[in-house]
Write a protein that binds this ligand. Structure first.
Ligand code: SAH
Length: 350
């Protein structure tokens, strides 16, 4: 929902520090009020000031008039045979999707950072929508809160949040950053940086900024080809941010202790899965081998797709060869593919 009254302030748009500053303008004595509100909202998932019993009643009424808690409008939910669930929601006129994925260790939630996407990758269904708009911090956070509540209802724990839904998170850097700050604030949602992952198409300037600002999150970069010439064919952004420079950047950023950058490689049968592609990839990544983990993603199809998933033997061979060459490499089989909830399948349709 859009904020109905421009004079009111949306709580989910504010970091604890921002909320504290606003509240101090009201009343200079209320230094801990932001912490108290955060506790009710993010620990107890209570979105009603009138029930915040440790806050004086008069003040509760003032807060209710000043601040809003928006909620997403759920257009529909769809369940996958693997226990995952896709939520299509509406923010204003824009439809976006989140996917709650079921793993044996618990749940992870894939959220959208934009409505649509302007990056134009040739193997991704979201690209066919084009760019809609950036989501606000509140709209991203509302997806997470909705996921948390759904997990709780099923008595399951939400372990990971990944920014791998619709959109390019680094194209909406400031809102994604603030969402991560609230997500990892010990007095907010309290996630460890290890359980949060942002995935980017490879915007080098933002990757540098992400490490300079020490954003508390893991980073995934979508590589998807072993040479600049091939990458440009499927990822137009590579013209602006060339592959060699991307790899060089990965080699110099300041990682956290034991941190590795995830490199995503979508296996597109007949396009980037030959033996030559494999040796070129190994050669390209050897200098940064110890700083990365390679995630091979078998292509997920959709209507109108021009690629196919390669045979399973090829997928296994790629992983084995990478491991033999000293890389950490895993195959990421997408969840919820049967309900178009897998990587690259999100387009606001059933
Ligand atoms: N824009 C960001 C966030 C999206 S994450 C990014 O590009 O990283 C989505 C991941 O799914 C990316 O790694 C992308 O390369 C991958 N992907 C896109 N389309 C896919 C498809 N059809 N099958 C499998 N993976 C796909």
């Amino acid at each position: 929902m859009l904020n109905p009254d421009p004079e009111t302030i949306e709580i989910f748009d504010l970091s604890r520090e921002e909320l504290r500053r606003i509240l101090l303008d009201f009343d200079a004595n209320k230094y801990y009020l932001a912490d108290q509100i955060f506790d009710w909202v993010y620990k107890k998932l209570l979105f009603d000031f009138s029930k915040m019993t440790n806050i004086p009643e008069k003040l509760r009424a003032v807060l209710s008039a000043k601040f809003t808690f928006s909620q997403p409008e759920i257009v529909f939910k769809k369940f996958s045979a693997d226990g995952s669930c896709k939520f299509v929601m509406k923010f204003g006129a824009q439809k976006v999707e989140s996917v709650l994925m079921r793993h044996n260790y618990g749940l992870s939630l894939c959220v959208s950072s934009q409505a649509g996407c302007g990056m134009g990758c040739k193997f991704c269904k979201t690209a066919t929508l084009g760019f809609g708009r950036n989501l606000t911090t509140s709209e991203i956070l509302q997806q997470i809160i909705f996921g948390l509540i759904s997990a709780k209802k099923s008595n399951l724990k939400l372990r990971n949040v990944v920014f791998m839904g619709m959109g390019e998170p680094f194209h909406n850097y400031e809102n994604v950053k603030k969402t991560i700050l609230i997500l990892t604030d010990p007095k907010g949602l309290g996630f460890s940086w290890r359980n949060v992952t942002v995935s980017t198409v490879g915007l080098i300037n933002r990757i540098k900024q992400f490490f300079e600002e020490k954003i508390p999150s893991q980073l995934a970069i979508s590589l998807n080809a072993p040479t600049q010439e091939k990458r440009k064919q499927i990822m137009p952004i590579s013209a602006r941010f060339p592959l060699e420079e991307l790899v060089e950047t990965i080699g110099i950023v300041n990682l956290r202790p034991r941190q590795k950058i995830f490199l995503e490689y979508v296996l597109l049968g007949g396009f980037n899965t030959s033996n030559e592609d494999l040796s070129l990839l190994i050669k390209l990544l050897k200098p940064i081998r110890d700083r990365i983990k390679v995630n091979l993603i078998p292509f997920n199809s959709f209507e109108g797709a021009i690629f196919q998933r390669p045979p399973t033997q090829i997928i296994e061979k790629w992983r084995n060869e990478l491991v033999k060459n000293g890389f950490t490499a895993t195959v990421r089989w997408s969840k919820a593919v049967d309900i178009l909830g897998g990587c690259g399948q999100l387009a606001g349709v059933d």
